[in-house]
Design a protein around this ligand. Structure first.
Ligand SMILES: NC(=O)c1ccc[n+]([C@@H]2O[C@H](COP(=O)([O-])OP(=O)(O)OC[C@H]3O[C@@H](n4cnc5c(N)ncnc54)[C@H](O)[C@@H]3O)[C@@H](O)[C@H]2O)c1
Ligand SMILES: [Zn+2]
Ligand SMILES: [Zn+2]
Length: 365
């Protein structure tokens, strides 16, 4: 099958033929139909997100059709349409049974080692083992994934829309709705309005926020954020973004702020943008050595600073719900797709992302 293989940091992916093995007993072979290109893939390529030595097939925002299932798989059957979840879970541990599968530790092997849950890979080129990424690896025509990494979905939605739910939409909307539990009538700041942040904006809209302040250095992204429901725009090039937010929120700050870039300075901006009793949520993935400093005493204003992984997703519940909202016209997914490309154009997609030209590029297989 064709795959875009990550061989070396800070180098283009190589689109070439590799081999994929059959699924084992609890695994599923999926024919990928569409895959979004997320900033986290780029962060692995440039070393910002630590990952074991390549080669590996990246891509973690995919949807497709089940082609074959292992002997013990009951959740899906060949022909089912699925979204691939990059946070597989065990359904038995304390986190899983209390509704927080995003924290299930079984997902760590996929995330940090690049293997399937049994500690091995199904991808290789001749004798050379190729790692998976997050148990998804959607920059390839097929993927073998753990059965807890597939979410069966309705079959009447376009695959590119479904693919985006697999990371950016779930992460962004979920941060607002699941992690922060934004309440109706409140004020929300979203710092960074790319493929994920735009979804935090629309998550805030769904939650009934009254004021939604979009912050981005890129005026085209601020324009898009307005289309997604932001009520105010702040460009840090026009002055300190925190001061601008405070002047839009009675001098006290917003009820909620989200950092959706992956930097400590903007995480501190998010924290400084909230009012006493407010909640700041870090969604962006910062480099491991990027530390942040806040005045300790400011926490006594009952401010909360927390993180959000995968929008605190309960994939099998949340992802079908998001697609239902899309079908009802309450969630914008088509508008997120800036460019549809072939797998051979994948390196251009990373250039467009770095230049801020796209919300999302989507590979169509
Ligand atoms: N927490 C999670 O589970 C999770 C999941 C997916 C992605 N992420 C992370 O979310 C972040 C965003 O991903 P994305 O795909 O939306 O990226 P993106 O490149 O599409 O968007 C980033 C946006 O931030 C803006 N920006 C950059 N620097 C800025 C600054 N100093 N001030 C204001 N705006 C600035 C850019 O103009 C761009 O619009 C990344 O760090 C990614 O790794 C986290
Ligand atoms: Zn992602
Ligand atoms: Zn678990």
């Amino acid at each position: 099958m064709k795959a875009a293989v990550f061989y070396e940091h800070n180098a283009p992916l190589s689109v070439e033929d590799i081999q994929i093995d059959a699924p084992k007993r609890t695994e599923v072979l999926v024919k990928i139909a569409a895959s979004g290109v997320c900033h986290s893939d780029l962060s692995v390529m440039n070393g910002s997100i630590p990952f074991p030595p390549p080669p590996a097939v990246l891509g973690h925002e995919g949807a497709g059709v089940v082609e074959e299932v292992g002997a013990d798989v009951t959740a899906v059957k060949p022909g089912d349409h699925v979204i691939l979840s990059w946070r597989p879970s065990c359904s038995r541990c304390g986190y899983c049974v209390t509704g927080r599968p995003q924290l299930c530790q079984t997902g760590n092997l996929e995330l940090f080692q690049g293997y399937l849950p049994d500690g091995t890979s199904r991808l290789h080129k001749g004798d050379t083992e190729i790692r998976h990424f997050t148990g998804v690896s959607s920059f390839a025509e097929y993927a073998v994934v753990p059965d807890s990494g597939v979410v069966k979905i309705r079959s009447d939605v376009p695959f590119e829309a479904a693919a985006l739910v697999g990371c950016g939409v779930m992460t962004g909307v979920g941060a607002a709705i699941n992690t922060a539990k934004v309440e109706p009538g409140t004020s929300v700041v979203v710092i960074g309005c790319g493929g994920v942040g735009l979804n935090t904006v629309q998550g805030a809209v769904l939650a009934g926020a009254e004021k939604i302040i979009a912050v981005d250095l890129n005026t085209a992204k601020l324009e898009l954020a307005t289309q997604f429901g932001a009520t105010h725009r702040v460009n840090p090039q026009d002055g300190d973004p925190v001061d601008q937010v405070l002047s839009l929120t009675d001098g006290l700050g917003a009820d909620y702020a989200f950092e959706v870039i992956g930097r400590s300075d903007t995480a501190v901006q998010a924290y400084n943008s909230i009012r006493p009793g407010g909640t700041a949520v870090v969604v962006g993935v910062a480099k491991p050595d990027d530390m942040l400093t806040i005045p300790t005493v400011s926490l006594l204003q009952e401010k909360t600073l927390k993180g959000s992984i995968y929008g605190s997703a309960r994939p099998s519940v949340d992802m079908p719900r998001l697609l239902d909202l899309y079908v009802q016209g309450k969630l914008k997914l088509d508008e997120l797709v800036s460019r549809r490309i072939g797998l051979e154009d994948i390196n251009a997609a990373f250039d467009w992302m770095e230049r801020g030209e796209v919300a999302r590029s989507v590979i169509m297989y």
